[in-house]
Ligand binder design. Sequence first.
Ligand code: GTP
Ligand code: SPV
Ligand code: MN
Length: 609
Amino acid sequence: MEITNAAVRTWVENMARLTHPDQIVWLNGSDEEYRQLLAEGVRSHALIELNQHKHPGCYLHRSHPSDVARTEQCTFICTPSKDDAGPTNNWMAPEKAYATLRKLFNGIMRGRTMYVVPYLMGPKGSPFSKVGIELTDSVYVALNMRIMTRMGDVALEHLGGSTQFIKGLHSVGTLDPQNRYICHFPQDLTIYSINSGYGGNALLSKKCFALRIASWLGRQEGWLAEHMLIMGVEDPKGKITYIAAAFPSACGKTNLAMLQPPAEFQGYRIWCVGDDIAWLRPGPDGRLYAINPEAGFFGVAPGTSWKTNPNMMRTIAKNTLFTNVGMAPDKTVWWEGLDLLADTGGFVDWQGKLWDPTSGQKAAHPNSRFTTPIKQCPVYSPTWEDSQGVPISAILFGCRRSKLVPLVYEAFSWAHGVYLGATLNSETTAAAAGATGVVRRDPMAMLPFCGYNMADYFAHWLEVGKQLTNPPKTFRVNWFRVNDQGQFIWPGFGENLRIIRWIIDRCQDRGEALKTPIGYLPTPEALGSEESGISSEGWETLLGIDRGGWLDAARRQTEFFEKFGVRLPAALWEERQALIDRLKSWPLAARPSAEAGAPAVAVEQRWGG
Ligand code: GTP
Ligand code: SPV
Ligand code: MN
């Protein structure tokens, strides 16, 4: 296809003048081109061809051991004013960032190929879709972009003569962690990323564009870019209810988005629209509509198995790129949690070293991943192509908390839901470099992904809610409570449908709930406690409320809220105070953990509703 868009041509020429590639290859997105890129990947040792009999179309990539996850300390929002980036983002002045990065990019592609990767985020022809162009010297990144986005001519066709496209310049550089930068210039719709080839650092469509730049655009244009899965839940009568859910990285979005209903859920079907990112906007009917801008899954490998996520196992059976997993001598892949191995002779770990299972070292890196097309998912939802998106009935904010936070509870209102999202706390995971298992504040699961001041972001959420005459109900969920032995109490995965069923009941004004100071809680019976196999002590932990713990938690929010100064919407302070007041006036006798089966109305009367 001839490149007629002058703005695109000029920008690519300018970036080529800066980086000096030996050659420039414009990608059109064809199957033939994809095969050539794979061949180039194998030739240049970026890829290892896997057993084509057992894994047709699949390849393995090993990233540099210092480059295995997003690096948040190297990620910057470069707005003209520091306040516009806000206290939760790293900030660098745009002039300084451009100067630093231009120096690093200068001549960096000598001896390399620059791939020009046009891509479309969202359905073809949708008014909500947006175009990006990534320039990269990594064939691995180019291949991933082919799976993760609608890549090639389709994007340039959608763009037409428009100058509004997101400019992304990426180089693996020297992979020097000391000079690694992922810089965002929202005001210029520009992203510069250097010295990493991994995931969200390098696939600029994903976190850099579809969340950081898009959240900034969404604020101006009246919509939301969120770290959310989108799923349809079909009930036995054939009615499909759509849900969006924000969980921090590696906290269960991909798994929930395509869950396999347990046997007793006869007639239920799950439809996966997306597993990581949702763009949401108010529709003409006062409901909130969501599209998934992506076209593939970049999913966590460890823990994925026939038992936990059979739909993903089917999805990744072919045409999948694996990154940093272990490999058997017959060139099949393996990771922790997959299945027990009879024989580990000749296995190599994610770095290609002979693996000794008794060493305590993991075969697969904890953040090892697969890149695979959404259309291969057996429960792929055709609404993925729907240019208006799907109407969302419920929004879930999920966290990974071994203590305090119940399995599920419902907010009293949109503003209360925004407060539940804004105060989300979760234990860190291997998806980002740094310590794991540390509780940190991760508002709306967007801490690393919000492209502007989070106080303004909360205000924007509240504003969007005002435009919805029929807003989604909002919920907090936590699959990760542990017992004294440190084991998960809740079985999770497919069993999460029990929670989803209650949530849908609540959206249809059914479903039994207890009104408590923190929100509406289900009774164990409403979740199908008889079939769940969980003991009554288990249920007490999962659905109990620790009043002292919640009062402490509310107090600890002060420090977080104060970071934002006067920019923080008053509504959040009010929600916090209201929670404290409800907790203080709550008669201990009415605690649902003590009398889990009590009818909702009785509890309400006792603490004054
Ligand atoms: P990102 O791709 O990083 O945004 O992660 P994600 O939110 O999509 O998380 P994912 O579904 O990939 O799950 C991350 C890890 O949590 C995997 O190891 C899963 O096996 C595990 N996990 C997912 N759902 C559950 C659950 O319901 N219970 C338990 N115990 N573990 C879960
Ligand atoms: C996450 O960390 O939330 C991911 C993986 O989805 S990455 O693409 O690396 O951001
Ligand atoms: Mn994610």
